[in-house]
Write a protein that binds this ligand. Structure first.
Ligand code: IVH
Length: 706
């Protein structure tokens, strides 16, 4: 072998190893720049010696030449489908059939997530990926090898030959092995892809499955290469020169050892009770997974038992899919109405022909804002896809254009607020039209008050939605200030209010007067100022006066043509995460005389009487100058408590992990933040680690490690 060929082989091996560590294990061991350097070196070598450019080279993952059409592939073993069950009874029947077929009392199953993607077949000859195909009709699929090669987690060649390969000849690799799995698009990748498509004015996909299907069937592999597709392997098909293990669980372990991603949600369970328990746990976790699943699959673990049971009409008797209630359904938009939010936005709501979706009857779905209606081109009379996932508010995802009736008509945006009748305006660039009446609009007032009294704002317990509605309707409350003028007798006169509960509400109102600056700021309901921004503003400016002066000063830069856009709002933008949109909202809020009057009245000791402790000088402590992020469930301490503890030792708590983060405080079930911290090399500590840091300080700790 020439020196160039040797080096190319070594580079291929290294790059695939790093690929595997990065994409499959999510634990890279070299910086991206080093990977890029190795990659370029291989590219250059292959350019000088074209004969070294093998199909399993990592450089080929960027996509080769476009095809005219996909060639048919006849599967050597048919790719079967799965029977479905939808209820506990049907699951019990399945388990009974399996037990009776095998003459066993109890049966072990492997329970897997049922990924909502596309089944593919990957054939490796002597350990090298030779062919990739779609399932097609189960007998004949399409040759999509060039596209599958571009998926980073698809091994171009098998890693560690593993223990299951003893009779495969000298090389220790099966002569032929067909691995089956599901290609899917993680939700984050799907959203990113759609965002980019929308920015280019292109059509967006309705769900990750369709997007994955469209991406896999691109004739130009370079297109596929740009789509963030992923794969989970779950089955072995045809093989030669390989002795399968005894159980499916061992097969999956072998697939992992060969370098395939295998879902770590997979478990071995016992009996139908074990299956059911798995189903329920997955159903709970479903919304929080990074990808769509539409159910779970139970497979007989014992492979010999599978042969005994066999198949009926293209589906095995040894496996079944237990489907979740569908999260998406089709229905008709009967009307589009507008609800007024606390900031006056006219939020479009689709009134739907009731449909059962995500386990509930749905007759209303949000359309988010006017921009969305226009982008999705939703009209009254249209058939639409409605999605209800977990506890999330149902939404209209898209229109089935083929089913648009001739009488379909556009929603009419009201020129006047449907609640108070005031004029509606839509500022340039605003995704919403807004009622211009502020807190004089009962709907805005109701929303604003609900926010004002909420737990993380002024925290007035007992002032619920219905009570607030009554207070507004009876003209007892016109602004947050009026809450502080209420008396127990007034409250006791309302529906469903006893004397005792009235007194409790009054006590809660009284109690809320002692507040904190950041809570008060958040309670004001400035558009886009959430809890974190409120806290950062409070910290940065220390006092309301300082914030107001900055806001009014910055407002002058907004419409000043001589100031470059990036130099606008110079004072507010010194605060972390405050960009031009938030800054503009803050400026306009403080510029509105009505808002300034409300604030003054809320703070006036004879009216609202709200107060908070003066800002403390920055605490100096063991954590001074250090930024920490908290994630997961901490044992015996809430995250708020942990944040307070960190701050009391001079540390700063931030919401997101970045290169500037010093420590990630991670509890149970830490997720993406932990992954990111590990990727960035941020130190990860638990509560004991934090306590140790606070005692000794990070400096000494760093010395200790050396
Ligand atoms: S096994 C004979 N396992 O479901 C068994 N399939 O309805 C063949 N699917 O075409 C499939 N997740 O696209 C299997 N963990 C999983 C799966 C899975 C999703 C899909 C696959 C298949 C369809 C069968």
């Amino acid at each position: 072998m020439s020196a160039a060929a040797k080096r190319a082989a070594e580079l291929r091996r290294q790059l695939e190893e790093h690929n595997y560590r990065y994409y499959v294990l999510d634990a890279p061991t070299i910086p991206d720049a080093e990977y890029d350097r190795l990659f370029r070196e291989l590219q250059e070598l292959e350019a000088q010696h074209p004969e070294l450019r093998l199909p399993d080279s990592p450089t080929q993952r960027v996509g080769g030449a476009p095809l005219k059409e996909f060639a048919p592939v006849i599967h050597r073993l048919p790719m079967q489908s799965l029977n479905n069950c939808f209820s506990e009874e049907e699951l019990q029947d399945f388990d009974r059939r399996v037990r009776e077929g095998l003459g066993l009392e109890r049966v072990e199953y492997v329970a897997e997530p049922k990924l909502d993607g596309l089944a593919v077949s990957l054939t490796y000859e002597n350990g090298v990926l030779a062919q990739g195909a779609t399932r097609g009709d189960g007998e004949t699929g399409e040759d999509i090898t060039a596209n599958l090669r571009t998926i980073r987690v698809v091994p171009l060649s098998l890693r560690d030959p593993g223990p299951g390969t003893r009779d495969s000849g000298k090389s220790g690799v099966p002569k032929v092995i067909e691995v089956r799995g599901e290609v899917y698009l993680p939700r984050a990748g799907f959203e990113k892809m759609n965002k980019e498509a929308a920015a280019r004015g292109e059509k967006v996909f309705v769900n990750p499955r369709n997007a994955a299907a469209g991406s896999l069937r691109q004739l130009d592999p370079k297109m596929t290469a740009q789509r963030p597709l992923a794969l989970y392997a779950y089955q072995v098909g045809f093989h030669q020169g390989w002795t399968p293990p005894k159980t499916h669980a061992e097969t999956l372990a072998q697939l992992r050892a060969w370098g395939f991603p295998v879902s770590d949600l997979i478990e071995v369970v016992e009996g139908y009770e074990g299956c059911l328990d798995y189903y329920r746990r997955m159903e709970e976790r479903r919304a929080k997974l990074g990808f769509d699943i539409d159910g779970v699959v139970y497979k007989l673990n014992d492979l010999a038992g599978r042969d005994e049971l066999g198949s009926v009409s293209r589906a095995p008797r040894w496996a079944i899919a237990h489907k979740f209630p569908a999260e998406e359904a089709l229905t008709v938009v009967e009307n589009i109405e507008f609800q007024i939010s606390r900031t006056g936005a006219l939020n479009p709501v689709a009134r739907l022909k009731p449909v059962f979706v995500g386990g509930a009857n749905v007759s209303n779905a949000t359309l988010h804002n006017l921009d969305e209606i226009e982008r999705k081109d939703v009209r009254i009379g249209d058939t639409v896809i409605v999605r209800r996932a977990g506890d999330v508010i149902p939404e209209v995802k898209g229109v089935v254009l083929e089913q648009r009736p001739p009488h379909a008509r556009h929603a009419k945006v009201p020129t006047h607020c449907p609640v108070c009748g005031a004029e509606v305006e839509r500022a340039e660039g605003d995704v919403n039209a807004r009622c211009t009446n502020g807190l004089s609009c009962p709907a805005q007032l109701h929303g604003a008050l609900q926010h004002f009294v909420s737990r993380r704002a002024m925290d007035i317990e007992g002032l619920g939605e219905k009570l607030l509605a009554q207070l507004i309707e009876r003209g007892l409350v016109h602004s947050p200030v009026d809450i502080y003028k209420l008396g127990a007798e007034q409250l006791a006169g309302l529906d469903r209010m006893g004397e005792k509960s009235a007194e409790n509400v009054i006590a809660a109102i009284e109690h809320s007067r002692d507040s904190r600056f950041e809570r008060f700021l958040y309670a004001l309901g400035i558009p886009d100022v959430g809890e974190t921004t409120a806290r950062d503003l409070a910290r940065h400016f220390g006092t309301l006066d300082a914030l107001e002066v900055a806001a009014l000063g910055d407002l002058a830069t907004e419409s000043d043509e001589s100031v470059k856009p990036k130099d606008r709002y110079p004072q507010l933008r010194k605060v972390p995460d405050v960009g031009p949109v938030v800054a503009s909202h803050i400026c306009h809020f403080f510029n509105e005389p009505r808002n300034r009057d409300t604030i003054a009245a809320l703070l006036d000791p004879r009216q609202g009487g709200i107060r908070w402790p003066a800002p403390r000088a920055a605490v100096q402590g063991a954590l001074s100058g250090k930024t920490l992020v908290i994630t997961g469930t901490l044992a015996g301490m809430s995250r708020d408590e942990a944040a307070a503890l960190i701050e009391s030792h001079g540390g700063k708590v931030s919401g997101s992990v970045s290169a500037k983060t010093d420590y990630l405080l991670a509890g149970e079930a830490a997720g993406s933040k932990l992954a990111k911290a590990e990727k960035l090399g941020v130190a990860v500590i638990d509560l004991d680690g934090l306590r140790a840091l606070m005692k000794v300080g990070p400096q000494m700790d760093a010395n200790k490690r050396k």
